[in-house]
Design a binder for this molecule. Sequence first.
Ligand SMILES: C[S@@+](CC[C@H](N)C(=O)[O-])C[C@H]1O[C@@H](n2cnc3c(N)ncnc32)[C@H](O)[C@@H]1O
Length: 188
Amino acid sequence: MSAPPEIPDIVARAFDMSRRAGYVSFCRNETGRLLATLAATRKGIMAEFGTGCGVGTAWLRSGAPAGTTILTAELDEGLAAAAQEIFAEDPQVEVLAADWSTLLNKGPYTLLFLDPSSPEAAGVDAVVDLVEQCGIVVMDDFAPCEIWPPLTGGRVDVLRETWLTDPRFTAVEVMVAPDATALIATKR
Ligand SMILES: C[S@@+](CC[C@H](N)C(=O)[O-])C[C@H]1O[C@@H](n2cnc3c(N)ncnc32)[C@H](O)[C@@H]1O
């Protein structure tokens, strides 16, 4: 996908931190640009489940308008500490060293970036009440699939199928790169 090579300073800081921590499980730049673009349309509180080393958070922050807040939770204390360092001086970002369930009572959110390891935590039922009306849910790291229902590992990808058909959301899967898609769902 065509994009300028420059990345926002805050994202560069998050990459530096990831490198030092030896952590590589962060969202790709294409998804990051999508997160920044969507964050730029938001008001209120945004959230991320699974901070990693703060790269996705940094992309969100690069688009977040003044007056918005980003809450992000990371179970791994070392990773959370690294991400906290990146945003230590930023009143718009709070990194919690905690299970994402800590965020359940801090919403509702205008944008929710779901990046946990377990599919159960990313199901529609698990998060529908956390998102305000017209709020957006973003998930990444899907492999492009041109048939219906979508498959993953030779089986129906129930998570993706559910998100794309649940009547509580209007959803679309978009290719962010030839080998990667992201899912965007807006709450009705
Ligand atoms: C794919 S990585 C996150 C990448 C990050 N969102 C980014 O874009 O840079 C997923 C992270 O979720 C964290 N995680 C897994 N289960 C969690 C939970 N229950 N609560 C909080 N974080 C969790 C893992 O430790 C891991 O760092």
